[in-house]
Design a protein around this ligand. Structure first.
Ligand code: GLN
Length: 492
């Protein structure tokens, strides 16, 4: 079936005209309309099929690129003309953007066909997709499990074969962790490589878009279109700073002999579930078979990444979200007495609980009197966290590997009323984000203790700045030797 194919395979079928972009788009639209995962927040078949028709014309005219006619769905953090852009918030419930995010434009220019918008945690705040104002998403491997978050819709859509490709955003793990929970592949690039223009802001010094797909090879093809300087994003890296476009597929087949893999001891301590540890260690053994050596390293500030992130991210969020005031766009409370009252009611009604909690924490840590004690301290420790990684890369290893999350996907509802339990589960992804490093997740097995089905385990691969091609090479070599990435949930 077409939906079992990778992007690479679909591209070949499209180019040899064994399938048309229109047939492919219709096939996925049919799958989406009959799926029960709540992964999509908006679809618009008319717009999708118009894009597919244009892709077919381009293929017929002989000026198609490798992704022309391949369908993609966008996390509802990227704004899109035509489809609603809600950030999974009531605040933007009916919002339609007058422009496309840069990432959306780049994929459209490559001829990709947009399938619709994907559910996520409200304003990308969360680790389970349960913070969406439009309902939770179920994990295609086990309907009782969360899909992870915040890019839970993206990961679930790929795992359920509702889309061969999706965009995600990662502020503290939101590409890597849902990829792990849903048994797919995702990469968060070096901070600044992918434009944030049109990506609804959460914490601007951390937010970074990236691709999610079945395989590392597919992620490389997608990343080829995604990166590059954008003058409309103030923190976008220029080509001179190292952000030139490059072919991320170029090193996919390089052998791994001699690769030094750093294994941080802090990632394997108490708190790591035995089933996750077992699958991750088996993956590390596979890399040894492929010619790599394992080196034990230490990232001593790992545990500080949680308090540091949960100061900095809410601080930036409280500032970014001040724009939602009911005046310019988005939700406005229907009844109010004066301007102050309108602001208050709009924000109390429009934002969900977790978003309100973060606005309050963020406002608190930025207050005169607390700023030095919390925000400035957190910024200092952020630098020390980044320094730990640099010491490891300088002296000991080429890449770092470990678990993505301390457990497999948890049960829906089990942590929904416990924000701290959610925050603690981010322990292995936050420091990479604080340091601005690239990181990816690949499927490496399944956990024990399944109730209703299997729950996947992800391996995290972290590289130095601009090491995306290396990470993709490493992941691809693993995927050539194993078949976890080809497994599909039952019945798909
Ligand atoms: N789980 C983290 C948070 O809630 C990370 C979210 C993200 O990366 N967008 O903030």
């Amino acid at each position: 079936m077409m939906h079992q194919k990778t992007i690479k395979e679909l591209s070949a079928l499209l180019h040899t005209k064994q399938v048309s972009a229109t047939e492919l788009a219709q096939h996925y639209l049919d799958r989406i309309s009959s799926s029960g995962h709540n992964a999509f927040l908006d679809v618009n078949p008319e717009l999708t099929l118009a894009q597919a028709k244009a892709a077919d014309a381009r293929i017929a005219a002989g000026n198609a690129g490798p992704l022309t006619g391949v369908p993609i769905a966008h996390k509802d953090i990227f704004v899109t003309q035509g489809w609603r852009s809600t950030a999974a918030s009531k605040m933007l419930g009916n919002y339609v953007s007058p422009f496309d995010a840069t990432v959306v434009t780049k994929f459209a220019d490559a001829g990709m066909v947009t399938l619709g918008k994907l559910n996520c945690d409200e304003f990308a705040m969360g680790s389970s997709n349960e913070n969406s104002a439009f309902g939770f998403v179920t994990n295609p491997w086990d309907a009782l499990a969360v899909p992870g978050g915040s890019s839970g819709g993206s990961a679930a859509a790929i795992a359920a074969r509702l889309a061969p490709a999706a965009t995600g955003t990662d502020t503290g793990g939101s590409i890597r962790q849902p990829a792990a929970f849903c048994g797919i592949t995702g990469i968060k690039p070096t901070y600044g490589r992918v434009s944030r223009f049109g990506m609804i802001a959460f914490a601007s010094s951390l937010d970074q878009g990236g691709p999610m797909a079945r395989t590392a090879e597919d992620c490389a093809l997608l990343l080829n279109e995604m990166v590059g300087f954008d003058e409309r994003d103030a923190t976008s890296l220029t080509a001179e700073q190292g952000n030139a476009r490059e072919d991320f597929t170029r090193d996919l087949n390089a052998p791994l002999a001699g690769l030094r893999i750093g294994v941080p001891k802090e990632y394997f301590g108490e708190g790591l579930a035995a089933d996750v540890e077992q699958a991750v260690r088996a993956a590390l053994d596979q890399f040894v078979k492929l010619g790599a050596t394992l080196v034990e390293i230490s990232l001593p500030k790992t545990s500080l990444s949680i308090p540091v992130y949960y100061i900095i991210a809410p601080a930036e969020a409280s500032s970014n979200l001040s724009r939602f005031d009911g005046v310019r766009y988005g939700y406005r409370a229907p009844e109010y007495t004066d301007l102050q009252d309108m602001y208050k009611k709009t924000r109390a009604q429009g934002f969900g609980k977790e978003v309100q909690r973060r606005i309050m924490v963020g406002t608190y840590v930025l207050c005169h009197g607390y700023y030095d004690a919390y925000y400035v301290q957190a910024q200092k420790i952020r630098r020390l966290i980044a320094d730990d990684f640099q010491a490891a890369f300088r002296d000991q290893c080429d890449v770092i590997m470990g678990p993505v999350a301390p457990s497999v996907a948890w049960d829906l509802g089990s942590k929904a009323n416990d924000p701290v339990a959610n925050y603690l589960a981010d322990i292995f992804t936050l420091s990479t984000s604080l340091a601005g490093l690239p990181g990816m997740s690949i499927p490496v097995g399944f956990g024990a203790g399944e109730k209703n089905g299997k729950r996947p385990v992800g391996l995290q691969i972290i590289g130095n700045y601009f090491a995306e091609a290396k990470l993709l090479n490493i992941a691809h070599q693993y995927q050539q030797a194993t078949d976890w990435h080809n497994r599909a949930p039952e019945g798909i």
